[in-house]
Design a protein around this ligand. Sequence first.
Ligand code: UDP
Ligand code: MG
Length: 321
Amino acid sequence: MPRIQKTIYMPVKKLSVIVPCYNEADVITDSYSSIKKVLETNFPDLHEMIFIDDGSTDNTLSLLRELAAKDSTVKIITFSRNFGQQPAISAGIHCCQGELAVIMDADLQDPPALIPEMVRMHEKEKANVIYAVRRQRLGEGAFKKITSSLYYRILNYLSNMELHEDTGDFRLIDKNVIDAFRALKEKNKYIRGLISWLGFKQIPVYYDRSPRFKGKTKYSLSKMLSFAGTGLLYFSTKPLLLTVILGFLCTLVGLFLGVFFVIKKALYPQEFVHGWTSTIIIIIFFGGIQLISIGVLGRYIGSIFEEIKGRPEYIIKEQIN
Ligand code: UDP
Ligand code: MG
């Protein structure tokens, strides 16, 4: 009797895991081990891990070098200074060699165990992007949760883009998306928005996000604000429209008040000696609105200036493996 060969499920696509790192010496070795274990078990010989050292000032880079010396699937890109998480992810997508890529944090907040599930979903559903949605966000304060929820509501309203409020950059993308991403020309990237904008078939996978394994968040308030600003400025011109609408409303109110006061003065001239307070209030109010409008305009012009300078998104100092 002929022997029946058992078919074992083996993915055939190479998988790249992209990990931006900024001062992650506390966690990087443990993160490597956890990710490696999952990759070794599920995608033996068909994986690479790309660590982008985003100008760390602690010994993240020397730890990464040790890992790369032992394991040739570890690739390192180092930046000439701290450029930020988004440029780091971008460099990873530009340089990866897999047909599939997973973007994840270095602090194990994004569980490596979810990777095989993402790949399975990609194959089963023929989806191009599997984005991870946080069911629970442990270890995040009320302030971050509230502001983030508010921000995504505003962003979705202003931009006609449907970005799930509980997503980060943790996602799997396939070759179509990788190629489309590489063709994008803008320098200041809001990656989760861009990937959503690229289209193709995108489906969610749900997970519970644990607190940071060790170390502190690398996102200061100013970094967070600048990141949020990029999202809004690059995905919507509606704020410009809103300032115009606001301008019109104020003009209408002004006209109305003008007519009202003229009539009132004609009818009751004796009542009209004071009026200093109302003048000041109106000046402050309209002055404020003008400044806001000019500010919004200025932010857009600033972004155009940034793009037109044509400076690179990041500068690579060294590539290892
Ligand atoms: N990160 C980076 N450059 C930065 C800030 C952060 O490469 O300037 C990396 C960081 O090492 C981590 C990921 O981006 O792998 C997310 O940062 P973090 O965990 O501090 O953000 P949080 O999860 O608190 O939003
Ligand atoms: Mg984190």
